[in-house]
Unconditional design. Structure first.
Length: 578
């Protein structure tokens, strides 16, 4: 049976299961979400109004045995940036949706009666839509427990906590992972969009799905072996990430003078040794945690982990570099355990690690909190953000809006979205990605750190302008294509360094669908996605003037390197000439 489009209209609580339009057949993941959003969402609509849509789409290889193919994409107009958004996540949703034959789940409209929230249950034959007043005001772990009990653990679960119900711009959508913990559709405030549609949770039936059809199983198996070998033999994806998780980057980026600290005042953190991946790994081993596991089925990189406290009690899993940087270096907490407690609370509430951590850094300059005060940060999240007090609403609106409210200049955002854990003045290729990607400041859109710092795919001096626009463009084109396959971003490392890796990925796609794609076809797909997204943003009212770094980075040099943002507007705008 062929895949279908599942369409839910929340305005009248109905659903339809439709054939896939011919022009969407060869698309998956980000390619499909951005195509649908561009085709069906008015770029000028209010992101939290009735005319925005949510589009969930597994990648082209999701649901297969391909290593690291368990990513699910979500597209919508972002209430944080005002532009198009794609957010992808690991966990269990992509594989189950793909095996169920869900090419995309499109959710549109807003209920006329907004007195309660709803639960959507997607099965092969239908979508059940039921009111769940008993879940209103509950956070993610309680919702997850309720769904696990209801369906005997045989479902994927996507949910929002109280910040999402309250349509806060730091809110995200949480997704069950194979260990029964949570991963996040982070960035861009998409939890607020789900909250606006009065959807508390979505479950996808994992009991009656079919196995994903492979057009040429032998060719697929052969290509898969080559691809998996490339992932395992690469020093970053095969050694560094499994040993220390993404947090392996703290010392590396700190040594490069590119670890944003104290609200982007310096590129070094005095806390680096306390919060680095090596220290984290020691803690995990001493306390009986798990240094390595996957965030989705079929992961061979295994960069996730389980982090316990000193007594051996569970604190957090998927304890990532971005979270540890945001609260450890940028906000100044030097106790990993305290950061882990905040991480667990944020998983439960469903708020974005980067946006929330950067917001706390800006909140210091606003006089609302002091650097390093993790106890107060926890209180604000648990009491104010969770319950929507005035202070909670201010934090919940994100760094850009907090900065405007308090008349601050040092507000590290692009398109109103917080800048992640790599200082753009000291990693200039990454800075070009931040300013040009249609997504707002987003490190995953084109990970120039690979070539600027990690010597993957060659080396381009991170402190010089030369070659950075071209580097970012090439990486953004490749990333858009990879985001469409359902692959994890970390396949980029072997793809940049091993000449057999990318051809094997393309061979798997061809074997899956009986297609004849070439490397040029994949590149053109990436280019087309970026152009679709850029065009949407222009129609939404964004312009070249939004493709800019915060002004303070143009006149403040960054210790310890003395780096400064020195690109002209013309050099930045050249990015779109392809």
């Amino acid at each position: 049976m062929s895949d279908k489009i599942y369409r839910v209209d929340m305005s009248n609580l109905t659903y339809k299961i439709e054939d896939v339009p011919s022009e969407w057949l060869g698309l998956g993941g980000r390619a499909l979400t951005s195509t649908v959003v561009a085709a069906e969402v008015d770029p000028e609509c209010h992101p939290l109004g009735p005319n925005n849509k949510m589009v969930f789409a597994p990648g082209l290889l999701s649901g297969t045995s391909a290593a690291n193919s368990g990513r699910n994409s979500l597209g919508a107009k972002s209430p944080l940036t005002g532009g198009i958004k794609e957010s992808n996540v690991g966990g269990t949703s992509a594989g189950i949706m793909a095996k169920l034959g869900v090419k995309a789940l499109i959710i549109e409209g807003i209920p006329e009666d907004d007195s309660t929230f709803y639960h959507l249950h997607v099965t092969k034959e239908k979508v059940l839509i039921e009111a769940v007043p008993e879940l209103v005001g509950k956070d993610n772990f309680a919702v997850l427990d309720a769904m696990m009990e209801k369906y005997n653990k045989k479902v994927a679960v996507m949910s929002i906590g109280r910040p999402g119900e309250q349509k806060m711009l730091i809110s995200n959508i949480s997704v069950k992972d194979p260990q029964g913990k949570l991963r996040s559709h982070g960035r861009g405030g998409l939890g607020a969009v789900m909250g606006s549609k009065k959807i508390k949770c979505i479950t996808v039936d994992a009991e009656k799905y079919k196995e994903t059809h492979i057009a040429d199983p032998e060719k697929f198996k052969e290509a898969s072996k080559i691809f998996t070998k490339a992932l395992k033999e690469n020093p970053i994806s095969g050694e560094g990430l499994p040993a220390f998780g993404t947090n392996v980057l703290v010392n590396i980026i700190n040594e490069a003078g590119a670890l944003p600290s104290h609200n982007f005042r310096t590129g070094n953190s005095e806390n680096a040794e306390d919060i680095c991946g090596e220290t984290m790994a020691e803690n995990i081993k001493e306390r009986g945690g798990n240094t390595t596991h996957g965030c989705h089925a079929g992961c061979v990189i295994q960069c996730s982990q389980t982090y316990n406290d000193k007594e051996g009690n569970y604190l957090a899993s998927g304890f990532e570099y971005e979270m540890i940087w945001a609260f450890g270096a940028n906000f100044g907490i030097k106790d990993l355990d305290q950061i882990a407690k905040i991480d667990h609370l944020m998983d439960d509430l469903g708020v974005d690690a980067i946006e929330t951590g950067v917001t706390f850094g800006v909140a210091v300059d606003a006089g609302l909190i002091k650097f390093g005060d993790g106890v107060r940060a926890y209180e604000i999240l648990a009491n104010d953000v969770a319950n929507g007090t005035p202070l909670g609403r201010i934090i919940g609106a994100g760094a850009g809006n907090l900065g405007k409210l308090y008349g601050l200049v040092r507000v590290p955002v692009v398109k109103n979205q917080s800048i992640p854990a790599y200082e753009p003045r000291a990693v200039k290729g990454q800075g070009i990605t931040y300013v040009t990607t249609p997504m707002g400041a987003d490190h995953t859109a084109g990970y120039a750190v690979a070539t600027n710092i990690l010597n993957s795919g060659g080396y381009i001096d991170p402190l010089k302008k030369d070659g950075q626009v071209e580097l970012s463009r090439n990486l953004q084109i490749a990333s858009a294509a990879v985001d469409s396959t359902g692959m994890c971003i970390f396949v980029a490392f072997p793809a940049l360094d091993d000449p057999k890796c990318l051809p094997a990925l393309i061979d798997m796609i061809n074997a899956r669908f009986g297609a004849n794609l070439t490397g040029d076809d994949v590149t053109n797909l990436g280019k087309n996605i970026l152009k679709i997204e850029h065009e949407f943003n222009l129609k939404a009212g964004l312009s070249a003037a939004d493709d800019r770094i915060p002004e303070f980075m143009k006149y403040e040099t960054l210790p310890p390197t003395g780096a400064i943002w020195d690109f002209t507007n013309e050099e930045i705008d050249e990015f779109w000439n392809f």
